[in-house]
Design a protein. Structure first.
Length: 600
């Protein structure tokens, strides 16, 4: 039984990730007996007996007992004959479909003319429909670009390992689950699915080939996006009309050296599944606040997680990256091999190459104490200031994220603090959590001892978002003093933002020098303040700039949709930006990876 740390005189709040216990008093479900199973199939004894004296049309002729005992029920025999006939027709239809190389394509939208991996089919004559290669299981079939293809067999010669073979486009069965990200919707012309590093190289080469031949009707060149988990709130992992290279199949978690706890993790894995795999060895890694976040994006941007004040950022524990460069070269970047690239990948990797795997030195993680506290946020400024002071004075084992939502009508605003004590010492947890119970009116609270893997448990939710999503902004600040808390409260209450979150980023994050990685915000910043709104982006950006710019001390690249060129100096200040621009000119002079902030 899990040990609980319960503050007195406060109702308990159920942690939403726990499995509910069975409800007592309900009858247990029993497996049906032979007679019940026979009744479900429509055999003898199924349904109520007809009333005596009913009309002949409503009564069924009974089956003689002898034939019933021998299993000769003509009604069931008719059912079996019908099922066999349906099965024969279905198998014949599948056989005809396998023999037909060109799918009729009835009711399917035509493929954009600028995305045709297969080019013109061999043997196609002028006036006939052209076909493109799309992946379908272990077969390669062709798809028409017009309403109906000619009933003629074409043999398409393509490399069976090509990522383009596994492409998905509008109209394909699983396209709807691959076109969008977690927050933002997209309609790419083609989604390429890579299963190994060679597929990434081929997918990148195909995208560059399409860009070189001008296969794009819009402004600029053909959009090209790379997706690891697809959870990024910036929405850069999808696009409209372009190409998306999906790395979700690169999801390995391999222990390379148990002594040093060195682990190799694929870029397409999600941190929830990584936490489950590491928990088998008693290990862990601080990695964001949600289990469906992808490894590739977070491990190249920073990684502000629930154990950040104790163990630092995720990138602080990276020891190697496997990177596909813009020219298709696959390199292994470490502190000894390509050290300049290794430096840039830890904080700005999205603009320098495609990470296929990262090697981390993880650490031992015992069960942690998870506390969830719900506050009345009517006085947002006072709550922010008091909570910030309590977190800064807390031991490093404590990391807390505070989320605020504005009130509506007579309903006051609410705030929820999710706090993790990176220790199984219950007495330490009690002492560390006690000040958080005094920062504001506590409506609900609960604390419990749990595995870290349960805190970031994977949800595996499909990404079916539609539309542009919201406007996200964030600012790093040194303290939540009166001035900063007042500015944040003003943006929260009057700026049109529907949700605010403050993440603790002090402690071990600031132990490294500011020039140790491309994430340079290690000069005393203690908190990251972020907000999301769904109004006009220009108005929201203006409100945020007015409120938060006077107290800003940097900006985290992953929690913002602001791509204005002048904001890049907030993300990569001073000498960090100059060093990154030099790396960009050396490794990606043609700016192939242009979806992030403009380094050139």
């Amino acid at each position: 039984m899990a040990r609980r740390v319960q503050a007195p005189h406060a109702p308990a709040h159920r942690f939403p990730g726990r499995r509910l216990a069975p409800v007592h008093g309900l009858p247990a479900a029993r497996r049906p007996g032979p007679r019940q199973r026979r009744d479900r199939r429509g055999g003898p004894g199924s349904g109520p007996r007809p009333a005596r004296g009913a009309a002949p049309a409503q009564r069924q002729r009974p089956v003689p007992a002898r034939r019933r005992r021998l299993g000769h029920d003509p009604r069931r025999r008719r059912d079996r004959r019908s099922r066999r006939a349906l099965g024969r027709r279905a198998r014949a239809a599948r056989a005809r479909g396998r023999r037909r190389h060109i799918h009729p394509g009835v009711g399917r939208p035509a493929r954009p003319h600028h995305l045709r991996p297969g080019g013109r089919a061999r043997g196609a004559r002028a006036g006939r429909s052209r076909a493109c290669v799309v992946g379908h299981g272990d077969r390669t079939r062709a798809q028409p670009t017009r309403a109906r293809a000619p009933q003629r067999r074409h043999r398409l010669r393509r490399d069976p390992r090509s990522a383009a073979r596994r492409g998905r486009r509008a109209g394909d069965r699983d396209y709807a689950h691959q076109r969008s990200g977690y927050i933002r919707g997209g309609n790419p012309g083609l989604v390429l699915r890579a299963h190994d590093a060679q597929d990434v190289v081929e997918g990148l080469g195909f995208a560059r080939e399409q860009q070189a031949r001008g296969a794009w009707d819009g402004a600029g060149r053909l959009p090209f996006s790379v997706r690891s988990g697809g959870h990024g709130i910036s929405g850069l992992s999808t696009n409209d009309g372009g190409i998306v290279l999906d790395l979700k199949a690169l999801d390995e978690v391999t222990v390379l050296d148990p002594a040093s706890r060195r682990v190799r993790i694929g870029a397409g894995a999600t941190w929830g599944h990584v936490a489950e795999a590491l928990a088998e060895h008693g290990w862990g890694m601080s990695s964001g606040d949600f289990g469906d976040v992808g490894v590739g994006g977070l491990a190249t941007a920073g990684g502000i997680g629930f154990m950040g004040r104790k163990h630092g950022l995720t990138i602080d524990h990276a020891v190697a990256y496997d990177v596909v460069l813009a020219d298709g070269t696959l390199v292994h970047a470490t502190a000894d091999e390509h050290p300049d690239l290794f430096w840039g990948m830890r904080g700005a990797g999205g603009g320098l190459g495609i990470v296929t795997a990262v090697e981390l030195e993880v650490y031992e993680v015992p069960p942690v104490v998870l506390a969830v506290m719900l506050y009345d946020a009517s006085d947002a400024r006072g709550l922010l200031e008091a909570w910030g002071t309590a977190v800064e004075e807390a031991p490093r084992e404590l990391t807390s994220f505070l989320t605020l939502q504005p009130g509506r009508g007579e309903t006051p605003g609410l705030a929820q603090a999710m706090t993790v004590i990176a220790s199984d010492d219950v007495r330490l947890a009690e002492r560390a959590l006690e000040p958080l119970l005094r920062v504001g009116p506590v409506l609900q609270q609960q604390a419990q001892l749990a595995p870290y893997a349960a805190v970031v448990a994977p949800q595996d939710a499909p990404h079916v978002s539609d539309g542009p999503g919201g406007t996200f902004r964030n600012t790093l600040v040194d303290h939540l003093d009166d001035r900063t808390a007042r500015a944040a409260a003003d943006a929260f209450e009057t700026g049109g933002f529907q949700m605010f979150q403050v993440r603790a980023v002090g402690g071990a994050v600031n132990d490294l020098a500011s020039d140790a990685t491309a994430y340079a915000h290690r000069d005393g910043q203690q908190f990251d303040v972020s907000g999301v709104g769904f109004g006009h982006p220009g108005l929201l950006d203006a409100a945020w700039d007015t409120a938060m710019d006077p107290v800003a001390h940097g900006e985290y690249v992953s929690l913002s949709t602001d791509r204005r060129p002048e904001r890049i100096e907030r993300v990569y200040p001073g000498a960090t930006l100059e060093r990154l621009r030099d790396l960009k000119r050396r490794y990606d002079p043609e700016n192939v990876f242009d979806r992030n902030l403009p380094l050139l």
